[in-house]
Design a protein. Structure first.
Length: 124
């Protein structure tokens, strides 16, 4: 799965806990699914996992190629719940900043200004 985005850089930081390949895999699969909603793939993503007391914290900072930077953080009693909450926040930001191309509207009184002289239509 990590070979889908060869130019994409993902960095993981673990604070006050041991590195976990399982957490890396879960975050990568959830966020890469969310990235499918972006018009252009992100350039880099940094995810930080930490534990503070009984709270499990996860933060993500995502840089996209269109100048849209996404940031989210979540806390829960379980790290997997925090990851789900973080993913929901990132998706919410993606939907709020979704790129929609502007439609070009022509306000002309006479369409022949663009089309030129009338074209004869052939009837069968």
């Amino acid at each position: 799965m990590r070979k889908l985005f060869p130019s994409f850089q993902m960095a993981y930081v673990f604070r006050h806990m041991k590195r976990s390949e399982a957490l890396e895999t879960v975050v990568f699969s959830k966020l890469s699914h969310s990235f499918g909603h972006l018009p252009k793939m992100p350039i880099s993503c940094k995810v930080t996992f930490s534990i503070s007391g009984d709270q499990h914290l996860v933060q993500a900072s995502i840089v996209t190629g269109r100048g849209l930077d996404l940031y989210g953080h979540a806390a829960a009693k379980n790290m997997y719940e925090a990851i789900d909450e973080l993913n929901a926040k990132i998706l919410q930001q993606i939907e709020a900043n979704k790129y929609e191309p502007k439609k070009c509207r022509l306000h002309l009184d006479d369409p022949s200004e663009i089309l030129g002289p009338e074209i004869e239509t052939q009837s069968h």
